[in-house]
Each structure stands twice: as structure tokens, then as C-alpha cells.
Design a protein around this ligand. Structure first.
Ligand code: ADP
Ligand code: MG
Length: 330
């Protein structure tokens, strides 16, 4: 059974960045406004995430890492109305099958916190009282220690660290009410550092640099025609003055970090057509759709999203991008 669990876990947690994404979403679900990440060896040795969220009640600690344990899905009907990022109760459990996981947590009004370690879905020993501040710190060590083939597949820790930075960057741009930092273990300087800010452009400047931030055009599209998908898109795209060799697309649908190949392509085509230098765009978009129109039940590692009326939605965003870009090119 252990082997089966390990294989299943490896599907959910495919690489360090997928573990980090799950942990980050848990921190956001816990209402954190400050999230810091420390990484060693591209996350293979260590991923440590500290948040100031609501913490975990001590009575929930014993079963925290059992499969399908979640505090986020009270009733089956909730599936129709998911507002939190996680709802499967699978992430922490999966991590414990392929890594060493420990949790330090304290809830509001407690005088001390608890530290607990987990293995193969189970708590090891008892929670130990410890000094803490309100919030949760989760430490994942030796990822894939028991899956040699998987461990060997990651030859380049700095590439894995890059993927982790990428996830943190995207959330930092979208979740501007929280501050984020990410650094390598032992470094003084953080590679990403944002403060809670009133605007997405501030966050984009902090993460992607002043060059991008200076050239942003704000964009919003909505379609309230009840006979079609009701949607709202707000975001920023780079202007005609911005040049880059690669597209950066930060896309959230209903607050979930996703990818949408068709939408990305559609926007790239506009840039390639209008701009002689064939510059690639920077795009940040936040789309809201009726939850029942989005396929949320996709595999946790599949970021590619699908939704109803995709074609017409992509069309109207494409047209809006084209209009704005032409305007900025004059
Ligand atoms: P899910 O997020 O799908 O519920 P997870 O395995 O990711 O499942 O997490 C299991 C549970 O652990 C969550 O439902 C939540 O109650 C708790 N939890 C995990 N991380 C945190 C955190 N950073 N702060 C507070 N609670 C947390
Ligand atoms: Mg989760």
C-alpha cells in the first residue's frame, strides 16, 4: 500500500514547484497577508513556507495529513461554490508520502504553538508545545527521498528554483493584499520581495522590474449578455514600446493560477501582427466566470484550464487587446 500511495503522491506532487504551489495556496486560504518562502537545492532539500494566517487548531493536527482531510469542503454542495483554492485534502497527505513534513502552528489567542511531524499520512508522536507566533510554518525536507528515479530526474536545482520563483511571482502580482518573499536558504537577500500594495502595477514593478511596469496598459472587458457566458476580465498588457523576447502571461481565473494556451496564442498573434519588432507581450489577466462554467475538477497538476464559451471569450479579449495596442502604437 505504501508504494501505491507513493505513486499517487508523485502524481500530485510532480516537482518542488508543485509542492510549493499547494503550500502557498493553503497559506492564502488561511487568510495570510504575509508569506515567506525559503528554498534549498531547488526545493529538493528544503521548502519552508511561513505565513501569518489563522493557523491550525490543535485538535485538527492529528488528522491534518490524512488523505481527503480538508477543512474547506463542508458539504458536497460546496463543490458548486468553491471559493478557496484547495478543496481536495490531498496536498499535505501527498507530500508526506514523498518527503519529510513538519508543521509549526499557532491560532489566535493561544499562548504557545505546536510542532508536529508527519510521515506517510500519519502524525509521528504527539504535537509538541513550542514558542510560535500566530500563523503556520510548513517545512518540507528531502523531497522524493524515497523515489530515487524521480529525484534523479531533477539534474538542475537552479531550474527548479526558477519554477518556484515563477509561482511566487505570479501570486505576488495577483494577491496584492499580501506581501511575499522568496529566497535561497542562507542568502540574506530575497530574490522576490513584495510589500502589500494598493496596485497590481506596483506588484508587477517589484517582481518583473520597472521596464515592464512603465509600459503597462490597463485593460478590462466584460460581457453581461445573459445569453452568453457572463465574465469579467481585468488586467494589464505591455504597450507597443515594450520589447521582450518571451511572453510572460500571468493568468488567474476565479483566483486560481491557470494556463490557457488558446488565450495566450490569441494575444501573441495580435502583438506579432501589430508590432514590426515582433515583441512578445507581458500579460496579467484576472478573469471571473460563474464557477459552474469552469472545469475545477481537473487534476491538481494540470494548470491548463477549460471553461464554457471559451471561443467567444477569447475573441472579445483578443479584440480588446488589439484596440489598446493600436492605440498605444500611435
Ligand atoms: P486542502 O487545501 O485541499 O484542504 P491540503 O492537504 O492542502 O488540503 O490541506 C489540508 C488542510 O490543512 C486544509 O484544509 C487546512 O485546514 C489545513 N492547512 C494546511 N495548510 C495550512 C495553513 N498554512 N494554514 C492553516 N491551515 C492549513
Ligand atoms: Mg490545499
Amino acid at each position: 500500500e505504501a508504494v501505491v500511495n507513493r505513486i499517487a503522491a508523485g502524481e500530485v506532487i510532480q516537482r518542488p514547484a508543485s509542492a510549493l504551489k499547494e503550500l502557498l495556496e493553503n497559506s492564502l486560504d488561511a487568510g495570510a497577508t504575509s508569506i515567506s518562502v525559503v528554498v534549498k537545492d531547488g526545493g529538493l532539500k528544503l521548502i519552508q513556507i511561513s505565513d501569518n494566517g489563522h493557523g491550525i487548531r490543535s485538535e485538527d493536527l492529528p488528522i491534518l495529513c490524512e488523505r481527503h482531510t480538508t477543512s474547506k469542503l463542508r458539504q458536497f454542495e460546496d463543490l458548486q461554490n468553491i471559493s478557496t483554492l484547495g478543496f481536495r485534502g490531498e496536498a499535505l497527505a501527498s507530500i508526506t508520502f514523498v518527503a519529510h513534513l513538519s508543521v509549526t502552528t499557532m491560532t489566535e489567542g493561544q499562548t504557545h504553538g505546536y510542532k508536529v511531524t508527519y510521515k506517510d499520512g500519519q502524525m509521528e508522536g504527539e504535537p509538541r508545545p513550542c514558542a510560535a507566533v500566530k500563523g503556520t510554518q510548513i517545512t518540507v525536507e528531502n523531497l522524493f527521498y524515497n523515489v530515487a528515479a524521480r529525484r534523479k530526474a531533477f539534474k538542475n536545482p537552479s531550474e527548479e528554483y526558477g519554477r518556484i520563483l515563477d509561482v511566487v511571482s505570479r501570486y505576488a502580482v495577483h494577491k496584492i493584499r499580501a506581501s511575499f518573499s522568496c529566497k535561497k536558504h542562507g542568502d540574506n537577500r530575497a530574490d522576490i520581495h513584495t510589500v502589500a500594495s494598493p496596485s497590481h502595477t506596483d506588484a508587477i514593478r517589484a517582481v518583473y522590474g520597472p521596464g515592464v511596469a512603465r509600459e503597462l496598459i490597463s485593460l478590462s472587458v466584460s460581457d453581461d449578455d445573459p445569453s452568453r457566458a457572463t465574465f469579467k476580465m481585468q488586467g494589464y498588457i505591455s504597450s507597443a514600446n515594450y520589447t521582450s523576447k518571451r511572453t510572460v502571461m500571468v493568468l488567474f481565473i476565479n483566483d486560481r493560477l491557470v494556463e490557457c494556451g488558446t488565450l495566450k496564442k490569441a494575444i501573441e498573434v495580435v502583438y506579432a501582427t501589430i508590432l514590426p519588432k515582433a515583441s512578445k507581450p507581458f500579460i496579467y489577466m484576472s478573469i471571473s466566470l460563474p464557477p459552474e462554467h469552469v472545469d475545477v475538477n481537473v487534476h491538481p497538476t494540470k494548470r491548463e484550464v477549460s471553461f464554457l464559451n471559451q471561443e467567444s471569450l477569447v475573441d472579445s479579449i483578443q479584440q480588446a487587446v488589439e484596440a489598446k495596442l493600436l492605440e498605444s502604437n500611435n
